[in-house]
Design a protein around this ligand. Structure first.
Ligand code: NAD
Ligand code: UFG
Length: 335
């Protein structure tokens, strides 16, 4: 059985579906700080079986010990954590307590249980403002905010751990920009309050919850002046985790990999593609740059392809169509 921390959240829930499809049993541990219990019913509807679930916090060591005693866990996929860059600037202690201390607590409990296979959600944010694109795993790392620092710190600690004890099998997966939803429209991204990220905001404009999209910056040195990113369908990302798990269980060792498509799109290109997929128009206005944003970042995903035999399969049209299906069928999210 695979322990999926944060498995009720956006990426974790889609990965639970991909794990079930690949024949793995899962146990979700989540404190619902950024998710909703209804996701468990939806997962059952998609996969035909209900994932095992424990409500609780990764910072609770006794709870982790009891989970590792009660269930026969073979590996841990660790998605639980806080993820808002802007919130991390105003709440650094909360971010480091969750993302660094929480992860250390989980690793210590794994060590007590003699369980040594661990997949960590890192982020393209560790490349900071890259000097050149596409970024490779060896590209320089840097950060400008506490969220990014929490990922950098954990990447380094995992490196220390593997150097000290080679029995640990560890993957540090650097996600680019996950978008889209499961094709059933039953699970998807459900941001609380005003969305920080582009695609949830675009969806909310299209459905009529928000008046218009503010495009942060029209004067970047990019194809059309707007920011450029590597958007990856969340189910491709989820399948990348299954490939990583298969790889770690078979070959072990330490893996660092970019999970992106290698394709770059500007904000305006995303809006246009979404308008075509949804057959709605998305009103927007170009405003000043968002502080901390970079002009462009996209992945060189060739390492993941070579080592894992994994490749993204879903293009931009499907990313937009699937996110719109989720939004239309769940205009208020899981509520
Ligand atoms: P999410 O907020 O949707 O999911 C995280 C889940 O973890 C939520 O269900 C939340 O309730 C749970 N959680 C948070 N703190 C917890 C704790 N202390 N104990 C137990 N459960 C806890 O986020 P997501 O988009 O699915 O991201 C998953 C991981 O991927 C995070 O580590 C995030 O930093 C990383 N990541 C996300 C993105 C992105 O754009 N979504 C990009 C790169 C990396
Ligand atoms: N954007 C807008 N308007 C919005 C929201 C975003 O114009 O309302 C623009 C941004 O300026 C950027 C692009 O859309 O050019 C993408 O922005 P997102 O906020 O969706 O994504 P980011 O690339 O800024 O950051 C995301 C996550 C980070 C993660 C990073 C890399 O939020 O946590 O991807 O994985 F680190």
């Amino acid at each position: 059985m695979i322990l999926v921390t944060g498995g009720a959240g956006y990426i974790g829930s889609h990965t639970v579906v991909a794990l079930a499809e690949a024949g793995y049993k899962t146990l979700i541990l989540d404190n619902f700080s950024n998710s909703h219990p209804a996701v468990l019913d939806r997962l059952e509807r998609i996969s035909g079986t209900r994932p095992n679930f424990v409500e609780g916090d990764i910072r609770d060591g006794d709870l982790l010990d009891s989970i590792f005693k009660q269930y026969s866990i073979t590996a841990v996929m660790h998605f639980a954590g806080l993820k808002s860059v802007s919130e991390s600037v105003s709440k650094p202690l909360e971010y480091h307590a969750n993302n660094v201390l929480g992860t250390l607590n989980l690793l210590a409990a794994m060590q007590r249980a003699e369980l040594f296979t661990f997949i960590f959600s890192s982020s393209a944010t560790v490349y900071g403002d890259p000097d050149s694109v596409p970024v490779k795993e060896e590209s320089p790392r840097s950060t400008t905010n506490p969220y990014g620092r929490s990922k950098l710190i954990m990447e380094d600690i995992l490196d220390d751990l593997h150097r000290a004890e080679a029995k640990w099998n560890i993957a540090r997966l650097r996600y680019f920009n996950p978008v889209g939803a499961h094709e059933s429209g039953l699970i998807g991204e459900d941001p609380q309050g005003i969305p920080n990220n582009l695609m949830p905001y675009v969806n909310q404009v299209a459905i009529g919850h928000r008046e218009k999209l503010s495009i942060f910056g029209g004067d970047y040195p990019t194809v059309d002046g707007t920011g450029v990113r590597d958007y990856i369908h969340v189910m491709d990302l989820a399948e990348g985790h299954v490939s990583t798990l298969d790889y770690l269980l078979k070959s072990g060792g330490m893996l660092t990999a970019n999970l992106g498509t290698g394709r770059a799109y500007s904000v305006l290109e995303m809006v246009k593609a979404f308008e075509v997929a949804s057959m709605r128009s998305v009103k927007y206005e170009i405003v000043s740059r968002r502080s901390g944003d970079i002009a462009e970042c996209w992945a060189d995903p060739s390492h993941a392809e070579k080592v894992l035999g994994w490749k993204t399969r879903r293009g931009l049209d499907q990313m937009c169509a699937d996110s719109w299906r989720w939004q239309q069928r769940n205009p208020e999210g899981y509520q």
